[in-house]
Design a protein around this ligand. Structure first.
Ligand code: NAP
Length: 501
């Protein structure tokens, strides 16, 4: 890290607490390293375009080295007792908590979300390290009544081996710990490729893992620009020593990685895109529904996989709900995430802003009404004004694709059957929400929704203790909960024969 970098961009000693968390090198086999070519790419602050640093622009060669390092570290790591691995993870967890404020500042600097949300993400991410440090000790097997008189049947769970983890920019801390913590807890070693836009949070986690005493080669980080992602990804999905690919990101990339991993038949987990319906019935508590829609739609400037994308409101409460929501959307504070009171930060990059702009323009052309917002915001080139649109319909792009921005689109419906059909009419199946005070309706509709997760009168679903994940083209597998560690294990059945006296 260079001194002038820190001075230039406000990530100075006082900001990061002289923690050494800002690293401009990748981490392979316990060493902080450059790309073989010496190439680097810049990490920018989306709030002001300021340059935060340069990290190594790695490719296939470094990815291979990282896999070799993970392979070499595997025997000793998996041979530790669960309690020993748990202890190291707890030490890592403690260090993340100790540095939560600095990690949050770093996260806001590279990702843009408001500081309070960034702090929330650090604590959320840390909770997975704590949870899986505990779960490491509970990877239970079972014995099964034997089918032979002279034999016994034992089923155990073993670590899958080397894991490749590929993560997105929207939760640059939490999406890493949700994969890496259970993998390490299970006895696997990991090669992680973070997103180009947000590598600094990943490297900061590695600084703390090293400090916690996690041995060399157990966690490796290969940074790369978008131009190198496919090259790194090809190694991680085809290398014979990689036994599991765990990916969070878009459905398009997930589909590609799954096909690449097919040749060597790797175990795979995919946490992909969503297109969440948020249904408000006439029977809803409208105060709760409006507050829920605000939390669900505008968190992280609308850039979450579980964000409400299509807000369906029943005829009887449509006008009232729209008016109340408009009041709150207009009141949202937009600006850099470091500024007090800001609720909506910048979008991650220019492509993201263009997509949001296109979705709004498409809806406007097809007859949607813009109640507020609808255009970029004066706070800077990557800011978009919090937007509310009404009279949306299924011909609009916002109805079919993830918008990933601060745009709430309201769809009107009349009957329960009609809204269930509309809500399920998508290739996605991650999160869904419904607001109703009618218990029968809450059960009927939640059971009819083809989604991995349903929030009934509840807008925020994720926690370390629950199995998070989607169905259909939103993914395969679950993160968190007791299921989260099982994803990184293989079952082994042992038949102990010849036991007759
Ligand atoms: P993305 O473009 O698919 O990128 C995700 C990761 O994959 C990044 O690290 C990216 O690297 C990498 N990547 C891209 N192409 C690759 C390739 N050919 N081989 C290997 N790696 C490749 O997705 P994103 O735009 O960053 O993230 C937003 C998406 O993630 C949304 O669809 C969102 O819904 C989804 N998401 C899902 C969950 C969930 O739990 N289901 C959680 C968060 C986000 P570069 O950044 O360098 O291109």
């Amino acid at each position: 890290m260079t001194k002038d970098l820190m001075e230039n961009k406000g990530l100075d000693d006082s900001c990061l607490g002289d923690s050494g968390l800002l690293r401009e090198l990748s981490y392979i086999d316990g060493r902080w390293v450059r790309a073989d070519s010496g190439a680097v790419f810049a990490v920018l602050n989306p709030a002001d375009g300021g340059m935060l640093g340069h990290v190594p622009d790695m490719g296939a060669t470094e990815a291979q080295k990282a896999v070799e390092a993970a392979k070499a570290a595997l025997p000793d790591w998996r041979a530790l007792t669960a309690k020993q691995r748990s202890g190291l993870l707890k030490a890592w967890y403690g260090l993340v908590l100790d540095h939560a404020d600095s990690l949050a500042r770093l996260l806001t600097a590279e990702q843009g979300k408001p500081l309070a949300e960034a702090k929330g993400e650090i604590l959320y991410g840390a909770s997975f390290i704590e949870w899986f440090a505990e779960e490491a000790k509970r990877v239970y097997g079972e014995t099964i009544p034997s089918h032979k008189a002279d034999a016994r049947v034992i089923v155990t769970r073993e670590p899958v081996g080397v894991v490749a983890a590929i993560t997105p920019w929207n939760f640059p801390h939490g999406m890493i710990t949700r994969k890496v913590a259970p993998a390490l807890a299970a006895g696997c070693t990991v090669v992680l490729k973070p997103a180009e836009d947000t590598p600094l949070s990943a490297l900061a986690l590695a600084v703390l893992a090293e400090k916690a005493g996690i041995p060399p080669g157990v966690l490796n980080i290969v940074t790369g620009s978008k131009a190198m992602a496919a090259e790194i990804g090809t190694v991680l999905t085809t290398h014979p020593e990689v036994r599991k690919v765990s990916f969070t990101g878009s459905t398009a990339t997930g589909r590609l990685l799954m096909s690449q991993a097919a040749d060597s038949v790797k175990k795979i987990s995919l946490e992909l895109g969503g297109n969440a319906p948020f249904i408000v019935f006439d029977s809803a508590d409208l105060d709760l529904a409006v507050a829920g829609a605000m939390a669900c739609k505008f968190r992280n400037a609308g850039q979450t996989c579980v964000c409400a994308n299509r807000i369906y409101v029943q005829d009887g409460v449509y006008e009232d709900f729209a008016a109340r929501l408009a009041e709150q959307v207009r009141a949202l504070q937009v600006g850099p995430g470091t500024q007090d009171g800001v609720q909506i930060g910048p979008l991650i990059n220019a492509a993201a802003l263009e997509k949001v702009r296109d979705h709004v323009a498409d809806a406007q052309q097809k007859g949607a009404q813009t109640v507020c917002g609808g255009a970029p915001h004066e706070a800077g080139p990557l800011f978009f004004a919090p937007t509310l649109m009404t009279e949306m319909d299924e011909t609009m792009r916002l109805c079919r694709e993830e918008t990933f921005g601060p745009v709430a689109g309201l769809f009107r419906f009349k009957t329960e059957a009609e809204v269930i059909k509309a809500a399920n009419d998508t290739s996605y199946g991650l999160a869904s929400y419904l607001y109703s005070r009618d218990l029968g309706q809450a059960f009927r509709v939640s059971e009819a929704l083809e989604y991995g997760m349903v929030g009934v009168n509840a807008p925020v679903l994720s926690a370390e203790s629950i199995p998070f994940g989607g169905i259909k083209q939103s993914g395969i597998g679950r993160e968190g909960g007791r299921q989260g560690i099982e994803e990184f294990t293989n079952l082994k059945y042992t038949l102990m024969g010849g036991l007759a006296g």
